[in-house]
Design a protein around this ligand. Structure first.
Ligand SMILES: *Cc1c(COP(=O)(O)O)cnc(C)c1O
Length: 430
């Protein structure tokens, strides 16, 4: 019989775990240990040779367990399971999304190199790029989702360090506006700036789509990054991150992780394995709910504009084209502008009852927040306006509640919003 290939969701309960090695325990235990006992000194020596890259692995040889900063069963099994969703060769798990991102940036960039990145980016990433990287002599250059691939190519070519382009870093869909960036076009650009002795890499923060709805590696990216705090963890109870890609690249990133010491601990590994068992059912439900919520909001008289991938159509040109090629779902993140300004947005947020007023996203409970004064407060006002992060914008992460209850909550909160007449008139004129 032909070998059957299981879908990732069927493997999340068991893949990579051998009960016989843990007293028959059905579930992978929490290996709450800092260090591991070697059977012999020779074995310890062999493990270190591999861990420190002193020699190549032999055909059937496995890296043995040494010390929980280097490896731990809860992390390794989790990493193997995460690989299944993105069909990646290897994965490194971190104590936060920011740890995964900063370690990846440090490993891929050296002094004098140029980093090209998309805007808007997650606030923490944006701060790291503009405030930390320049201290190490790294040049940075941002582009916007409104620029065409040709314009971005020119932007790089005209930069003094164009020949030192080492990494393209993008986030798509962009937070909070859901603007899309073409991963395949960025991969082509990376290729065009690569030389015989230096490959320009492409890294994609895929947090917004989670491991289910977009697979950047299949569109030519070299690395995919996640804040595992979001969909992967999915219960707003753990902070973690992940980076996936080829075995060779992840080996480099894991080596830097060993020396920065920012790997996730066994508890985090265990919690995330538990979360992965329900990843697909949670995300499916969240996307179904988001569609219903978006349908409700789309024609609401107090709402000016809604940014939801499911509303894209042929009239949206390139954005629709990218959506069709790149995304497997419209996801469960949406944002919308209320008629009015900050005051109306705040009134709405303060009236929500079931939906919680909090940052973060991708978890079982629905969360709403105000990007201009919260997640994107650090972005200068002029840049916020160009990116569409206006004072009347609200971001909503849709959870697994019954959609009827979510719509009820949005409806009652919207009914309490009083739009000042002046603002409505101004909006009509605009
Ligand atoms: C939350 C988030 C991060 C940072 O992750 P942490 O786990 O909070 O460190 C990075 N990128 C995106 C898109 C995020 O939403």
């Amino acid at each position: 019989m032909k070998k059957h290939t299981y879908q990732p969701e069927s493997l999340m309960m068991s893949y990579g775990y051998e009960p016989g090695l843990s007293e028959g325990s059905l579930k992978c235990p929490i290996f709450q240990t800092s260090t591991f006992v070697f059977n012999t000194a020779e074995e310890g020596k062999a493990y270190f040779e591999l861990a420190y890259g002193l020699r190549e692995k032999e055909a059937e040889e496995q890296q043995g367990l040494i010390y929980s900063r280097l490896n731990n069963p809860d992390l390794e099994i989790l990493e193997n399971r995460l690989c299944l969703w993105d069909q990646a060769e290897d994965c490194a798990v971190f104590e936060s999304g920011m740890s995964a991102i900063s370690t990846c940036l440090f490993e891929c960039l050296s002094s004098g190199d140029l980093l090209l990145y998309s805007n808007p980016l997650y606030g923490g990433t944006s701060h790291f790029i503009s405030e930390v990287l320049p201290k190490y002599g790294i040049h940075t250059l941002g582009f916007s989702p409104h620029q065409s691939p040709e314009e971005v190519q020119d932007l790089v070519s005209n930069h003094e360090a164009a020949d030192r382009l080492a990494l393209i870093y993008i986030e798509t869909p962009a937070n909070p506006t859901n603007h899309l960036i073409d991963i395949a076009a960025c991969a082509e650009m990376a290729q065009s700036f690569s030389t015989a002795d230096k490959k320009v890499l492409l890294a994609v923060d895929n947090t917004y789509m989670g491991p289910l709805w977009q697979h950047p590696l299949q569109h030519g990216a070299d690395l995919v990054l996640y804040s595992a705090t979001k969909y992967i963890g999915g219960h707003s109870d753990v902070i973690a991150g992940a980076c996936l890609g080829s075995a060779a690249l992840i080996q480099r990133i894991k080596t830097l992780r060993t020396f920065l010491g920012n790997m996730a601990g066994p508890w985090t590994g265990w919690l995330l394995m538990r979360s992965l068992e329900t990843l697909k059912v949670r995300m499916d439900q969240q996307a179904t709910n988001a569609k219903k919520v978006a349908e409700y909001l789309t024609d609401h008289p107090k709402i000016e504009n809604i940014f939801y991938l499911g509303n894209l159509g042929p009239q949206d040109g390139a954005q629709y084209d990218i959506y069709q090629r790149q995304c497997l779902s419209a996801g469960a993140m949406l944002s919308f502008t209320l008629k009015g300004g900050e005051q109306e947005a705040f009134q709405f947020l303060n009236e929500l009852r079931l939906v919680k007023l909090a940052v973060s996203l991708g978890s079982t409970e629905s969360l709403a927040q105000h990007p201009a004064s919260m997640t994107h407060a650090g972005v200068p006002r002029a840049d916020r306006e160009t990116l569409g992060i206006t004072d009347n914008l609200v971001r909503l992460s849709v959870g697994v509640e019954h959609f009827g209850d979510l719509i009820h909550d949005l409806q009652q909160a919207l009914s309490k919003v009083q739009i000042s007449e002046k603002k409505v008139a101004a909006n009509v004129l605009l």
